[in-house]
Design a protein around this ligand. Structure first.
Ligand SMILES: C[S@@+](CC[C@H](N)C(=O)[O-])C[C@H]1O[C@@H](n2cnc3c(N)ncnc32)[C@H](O)[C@@H]1O
Length: 260
């Protein structure tokens, strides 16, 4: 009975939003949504869904709960160092006009990290940088680009001095970086991808997806990369048998699309 209620909720949410909750690990997702539903005083998912369709605030709370937006600048700093010291110079030797994508960028910490690194290497203005997420609220925050001190703790001093403005307890990204990032709403599981990327950064979202959804996504990412292009994943997200997607390990949490 309880399971049917949740399964029907999944179907209704899919029709209403095109978000397919069945592609996320069920136990985790169900636990998070049950906590919210109970907190809001609904005894069934059917009643919760009805309320959500009438109350925008509740709908946004649901979105917030299902999308976990936690992020940080330079998350896992030694991996960004590998990107900056090893892969970026390699890419820039081939071309100054890079096409990069921060997929599931949340509130913007990741694409701004990438923008700063590209800027330091003189490649931001000539490159294309796309940043996407399913959550419009997160994208709005990303565009505002105002952060607390918690998210800047791993930012190297050089970057902190050059690309942030501190106002009391907040840190804002300098305006010069913003026009170089194209923020857009996108559902990785259902929307089509652009192609020809030199670099795709997709970190800390794959962990929420089922094995089937991950498999689909790795295939789509591999298709979207140029031969020789790099996929940078999160620090708990190594790909098993990357060869099946035409990818090869290039460093820990980095994969390279095989040359044809
Ligand atoms: C934990 S954050 C990761 C942020 C950043 N990539 C990082 O590693 O710091 C996960 C993000 O994935 C987004 N997300 C979840 N499902 C998605 C989907 N199907 N398509 C696109 N983004 C999704 C969420 O909205 C959230 O902003």
């Amino acid at each position: 009975m309880e399971d049917r209620d949740y399964l029907q909720f999944i179907h209704k949410v899919r029709d209403y939003t095109s978000i397919d909750l069945s592609q996320y690990k069920e136990a985790q997702m169900k636990r998070r949504l049950t906590t919210l539903r109970t907190k809001k005083g609904y005894s069934t998912f059917a009643a919760f869904f009805e309320a959500m369709t009438k109350d925008k605030e509740l709908f946004y709370e649901f979105l917030d709960r299902m999308t976990i937006n936690v992020s940080e600048f330079w998350r896992n700093p030694n991996r960004w160092e590998v990107l900056e010291r090893r892969f970026l110079p390699e890419m820039l030797q081939r071309s100054k006009r890079l096409k990069c994508w921060s997929a599931a960028c949340s509130t913007g910490e990741e694409p701004y990290t990438l923008a700063m690194i590209l800027a330091e290497h003189g490649a931001l203005a000539s490159s294309t940088l796309i940043a996407s997420d399913i959550d419009e609220g997160a994208l709005e925050k990303a565009k505002r680009a105002v952060y607390s001190d918690r998210s800047i703790r791993d930012v190297p001093a050089l970057y902190l001095n050059k690309y942030y403005r501190q106002d009391n307890l907040t840190y804002s990204i300098v305006d010069s970086l913003k026009p170089h990032i194209r923020f857009q709403k996108q559902n990785l599981l259902t929307d089509p991808f652009e192609s020809g990327f030199d670099l795709i950064v997709c970190r800390n979202v794959m962990i929420y997806f089922t094995e089937e959804a991950k498999h689909l996504l790795y295939g789509k990412f591999a298709q979207a990369l140029k031969p020789g292009g790099i996929l940078f994943v999160g620090s708990t997200e190594q790909i098993f048998s990357p060869g099946q997607y035409g990818l090869e390990p290039a460093d820990t949490f980095f994969y390279r699309k095989q040359e044809a």
